[in-house]
Design a protein around this ligand. Structure first.
Ligand code: FPP
Length: 242
């Protein structure tokens, strides 16, 4: 019999893909797909919190998404800001803590304010962490960590020979989170798309041919059941070294 993982992953990361295709296939504007995607995100947070998942990371806007048409970029910025303000009460009722990963200083000021207000308002909560990734890029996160560490070396607070993997982890946008156990990508693509590159070293990948707006709690249950059947090795020879 093989070794099974814990039943429920601690940290689930999601690439919320397929909003555009969902809309286009219905003859709708792509932006309508993002509106539906927001509803799917709310359902996901609720289902994850009900199942005892400790951290959910959602890829809401990548550093590459700026190259989309201005109208779509502006719609997404507005949608994220509106959602943050509208869902604040709900997040607090769920005792959820909001964290945001990304180059936040490059975002519109209104969205920056909504982010800092929401982080502050959920700061005393100690339930599930919602890590919203906005203007996020995995390589940019590593570059920013390297810059922060280099500044500490320059100021003499860190010695080069003391830099190890923990040092890098401690300088990520949201340090202290458990690494993702399960990465879900709806929409059928088999790509990582610059998401949480440092953090996903040992993640279990799950994809499904369902667009994000159609993602329901039963899909999360299928992903968790699939995860529970996986044999996680972390580079070891499972069964021979235990
Ligand atoms: C990718 O689908 C999705 C995005 C770039 C945006 C995701 C953002 C949301 C769902 C808003 C959620 C907001 C909050 C606050 C949780 P795509 O447009 O690349 O789809 P396609 O591959 O079908 O074109």
């Amino acid at each position: 019999m093989h070794q099974e993982t814990d039943q429920v992953p601690r940290h689930v990361a999601v690439i919320m893909d397929g909003n555009g295709r969902w809309a286009v296939e219905r003859g709708l504007d792509r932006i309508e797909g993002h509106y539906e995607g927001r509803k799917a995100a709310r359902r996901f947070v609720e289902a994850a919190s009900d199942r005892g998942i400790e951290v959910v990371s959602l890829y809401a806007f990548s550093s590459e998404n700026w190259s989309r048409p201005t109208r779509e970029v502006e719609a997404l910025m507005g949608l994220i800001e509106t959602a943050l303000r509208a869902e604040l009460e709900y997040l607090c009722a769920r005792n959820a803590q909001l964290r945001v990963s990304g180059r936040l200083h490059e975002l519109p000021e209104g969205l920056q304010r909504a982010i800092s207000d929401a982080i502050r308002a959920t700061d005393d909560n100690d339930g599930m962490v919602l890590n919203l990734c906005v203007n996020y890029g995995g390589r940019a996160e590593i570059v920013d960590a390297v810059r922060a560490i280099a500044a500490e070396v320059q100021s003499g607070t860190v010695a080069i020979e003391d830099i190890d993997e923990n040092t890098v982890s401690e300088h990520l946008y949201v340090p202290g989170l458990p690494e993702p156990d399960l990465l879900i990508r709806p929409g059928g693509e088999l790509r990582v798309s610059n998401f949480l590159l440092w953090e996903i070293a040992y993640v279990e990948f799950y994809t499904l041919p369902v667009y994000w707006p159609d993602f329901k709690e039963e899909h999360l249950d299928e992903a968790i059941a699939d995860f529970a059947r996986r044999r996680r090795k972390f580079g070891r020879l499972v069964g021979m070294d235990e």
